[in-house]
Design a protein around this ligand. Structure first.
Ligand SMILES: [Cu+2]
Length: 345
């Protein structure tokens, strides 16, 4: 009898552990299983949404062929108030357009290099299984287009970047973005989704020195950035460009780090991440204050907002936030909630 009870207890414990595992992990499809997933229907064109926006969620659709168009550009833009820089981009934004597919999808990626470019460019997607993540297949001269196919085998949030020589300079000039490979059945529904990517800039002039600034190779090698910013420029997510949400809503931020050098300690002042998809993979951590996002890595953070106010996004290596630009804002509106937060006197 005792033996039977012990066996039962062990079985129950195992069952419980399995159950917990299935809720703690997103994306259980293995790469071998994903390889066998057949695509169906007509190919669809990936919608282009300017950051911090993202294309619509995948939901529970079947695997299909997705055609993605990216264009490498070299163009002058604003890096900070009164400071300009010759950026290199994917689709004229930093970060480049968010790519959103599901596991088992076949992606046909078109990389154009704008005719007025000086440099050749390419793309290395960390979501790709193959040499150079696509870089070898997409080296493209100004005015030309390269096309390659890949099958999304591993669910997760991945960085893509240019890997043309000199690689560090192409990344330092802004050539990076994120690709999300959703698990079978899609990610759980949330009220708001945003796209935030950290990156450093290395300029000859000091931080906030006005005028057109040149890239500083020595500062790059020394890992001594002049700017550390979210979404390609100082204050890109401040003021009128702040992220928004309403009290009671759930917010998901796809956070990437283009580097090229620094590891980010991503934190939202006044909030706790209810969930973090650690390193953008399938493990979910809960109740996290600050999450580490390596250069060339990503994370998905989710939280519910309970109280109205301004919540500040930072790299908690805090001089970067207050002196070099790694700062953004989430404005939450709605009813005050004294049970959660209340100034007494
Ligand atoms: Cu490039």
């Amino acid at each position: 009898m005792k033996n039977i009870l012990t066996t039962l207890a062990v079985a129950l414990f195992t069952l419980q552990a399995c159950k917990q595992n299935s809720t703690e992990n997103a994306g259980s499809t293995s790469a071998a299983e994903a390889m066998e997933i057949k695509v169906s229907g007509e190919p669809v064109k990936q919608g282009i949404v300017a950051p911090p926006g993202v294309p619509a969620a995948i939901g529970d659709r079947a695997a299909q062929k997705v055609v993605v168009h990216l264009e490498a550009t070299e163009e002058e833009g604003e890096l900070a108030d009164g400071v300009t820089y010759k950026f290199w981009t994917f689709n004229s934004s930093i970060p480049g357009s968010f790519i959103r597919v599901r596991v088992g999808d076949e992606v046909e990626l078109h990389l154009k290099n704008k005719s007025n470019s000086v440099m050749p460019h390419n793309i290395d997607l960390h979501a790709v299984n193959g040499p150079g993540g696509g870089a070898e297949a997409t080296n493209v001269a100004p005015g030309k287009e390269a096309i390659f196919n890949f099958k999304a085998l591993n669910p997760g949030l991945y960085v893509y970047h240019c890997a043309a020589a000199p690689v560090p300079m192409h990344i330092a000039n802004g050539m990076y973005g994120l690709i999300l490979v959703e698990p079978e059945g899609g990610l759980p529904k949330v009220d708001r989704e945003y796209y935030v990517m950290q990156g450093e800039f290395y300029t000859k002039g000091k931080t906030d020195e006005k005028g057109l600034q040149e890239f500083d190779q020595d500062k790059g090698v020394d890992e001594r950035p002049t700017y550390v910013v979210f979404n390609g420029k100082k204050n890109a997510l401040m003021g009128a460009n702040a992220l928004t949400a309403k009290v009671g809503e759930t917010v998901r931020i796809f956070v990437g780090n283009g580097g090229p050098n620094l590891v980010s300690s991503f934190h939202v002042i006044g909030e706790i991440f209810d969930k973090v998809y650690v390193e953008g993979g399938s493990t979910i951590n809960k109740n996290v204050q600050t999450t580490v996002i390596p250069a060339g890595g990503a994370a998905i953070v989710e939280f519910k907002v309970e109280e109205p106010g301004n919540y500040i996004l930072v790299d908690h290596s805090i001089f970067r936030a207050f002196n070099k630009g790694a700062i953004g804002m989430l404005k939450v509106t709605g009813e005050k909630n004294p049970k959660v937060y209340n100034k007494v006197q």
